[in-house]
Design a protein around this ligand. Structure first.
Ligand code: APR
Ligand code: PHB
Length: 388
């Protein structure tokens, strides 16, 4: 087989890049390790920056999002002193779209199918070859057969545990990481959301978040210890703890019900540099991981895709110099979102062993956010998305 761009990974990054390139007449092949059902069963965050919304519209994936997505003009934050709101629209004139990543991935697969894109699922033992030459290729196994794909470029969109980042020699990679000393226990329930906007709560017992997917589907999280297991938490125990951490008025009126998904996710900040090795380019979670506090995972994947799409299109029409700019350009925005996600995590969670001084600083940060329009504008700018 031969194509112009081989894309490793059929998650949001790989599908967005394939869709944009295909619509520009560029041939791609997406190689995905799992089945499509497996990919579509993943539950992930659901807040889209305007830049991500615009990109999805641009690639012809905006119709259901426009119909079913919910525009949010602000968010609520709660502390033991009460609840306050940061008005994105008033502070920076921007909004976010609440629309689940699962839905985004569904829409991307549907759009790729509609244009006859080549997506090979259950591709096992994907391996990258000769990525520093002008003739890179990819091999994999499926149904007991070995396959080879010759290409001009390879996009590593295979997530944190993929093969692409590992294909760059360790001595050529610089990795930056912070692992947080707690996790998020998340629950999805067919219940009405607790409020009309998201509520991020800083409570002495730990962080909590009340989010949503639609008027009949809610998503909640509570901070838990790294030693906790999902089986330690009955639905009732979860609802009781969530209610302890949310403002009383919200807790008293919220609807609870059976969890249809319950899982614990660790929190980590991670960046690898550079994002390029020869004709291999890293995109999305293959290149970076953010704690979910700032809802930046999918949104960062979108800006990476935007930058790489522009660079590949230029290179395929003669301007190969554009490829030299991808890594530096993407990393500027990645580190901006990395900082914001770290900041949101640091002001909203209770850190084991947190000193009294740390606690007072956290309270001062939250007080500034509550009382200073400039502090709210800075948060609103980051939350709704830094410029591409
Ligand atoms: N070969 C082929 N495919 C692979 C391999 C491999 N060796 N390793 C992983 N994959 C696939 C995974 O099965 C997954 O479908 O690559 C895909 C990577 O998708 P994501 O992990 O979702 O990463 P990305 O597409 O960059 O999307 C980032 O997804 O994980 C969330 O929070 C993250 O919202 C962010 C978004
Ligand atoms: C979610 O709805 O899953 C969600 C929303 C906002 C976040 C994290 C997760 O910051």
């Amino acid at each position: 087989m031969r194509t112009q761009v081989a894309i490793i990974g059929g998650g949001p990054s790989g599908l967005m890049l394939s869709q944009l390139l295909n619509r520009a007449g560029v041939e791609t092949v997406v190689l995905e390790r799992q089945t499509r059902d497996y990919v579509l069963a993943r539950i992930r965050a659901g807040v889209l920056e305007q830049g991500c919304v615009d990109l999805l519209r641009r690639m012809g994936c905006g119709e259901r999002m426009e119909r079913e997505g919910i525009i949010h003009e602000g968010t609520k934050l709660a502390t033991v002193n009460g609840m306050f709101r940061v008005d994105f629209k008033a502070r920076v004139g921007e909004t976010v779209m609440v629309y689940g990543q699962t839905e985004v991935t569904h829409d991307l697969y549907a759009a790729q199918d509609a244009i006859g894109a080549t997506i090979i699922d259950e591709a096992q033992n994907v391996a990258l070859h000769d990525v520093t030459t002008d003739s890179p290729y990819v091999t994999w196994e499926k149904d007991g057969c070995s396959h080879r794909l010759d290409c001009l470029y390879i996009a590593g969109c295979d997530g944190f545990h993929g093969i692409s980042r590992q294909s760059i020699p360790a001595e050529k990679r610089t990795e930056y990481e912070r692992v947080y000393p707690f996790g998020w226990l998340g629950v999805l329930s067919r219940t009405a959301p607790a409020a009309d906007e998201l509520i991020y709560a800083n409570h002495p017992r730990g962080f909590a978040l009340a989010s949503m997917r639609n008027p009949k589907l809610s998503r909640y999280y509570i901070q838990v210890s790294l030693s906790d297991k999902v089986e330690d938490w009955s639905d009732q125990a979860f609802w009781d703890e969530l209610r302890r951490r949310l403002p009383a008025a919200v807790a008293e009126s919220m609807e609870t019900g059976p969890s249809i998904e319950k899982s614990i996710a660790p929190l980590r900040s991670f960046v690898t540099e550079p994002l390029r090795w020869g004709r291999l380019f890293l995109v999305g979670d293959a290149a970076h991981i953010v704690p979910p506090t700032g809802a930046k995972g999918l949104n960062l994947a979108a800006s990476d895709v935007h930058y790489l799409y522009e660079a590949l299109q230029a290179a395929l029409t003669g301007d190969v110099g554009a490829l030299d700019l991808y890594s530096e350009r993407a990393l500027k925005r990645i580190w901006g979102a990395m900082r914001f996600s770290w900041w949101m995590t640091s002001i909203l969670h209770r850190f084991p062993g947190q000193s009294d001084f740390d606690q007072k600083i956290q309270e001062a940060e939250l007080y500034q956010l509550e009382t200073l329009e400039t502090a709210q504008a800075a948060m609103a700018r980051n939350y709704t998305g830094l410029p591409y």
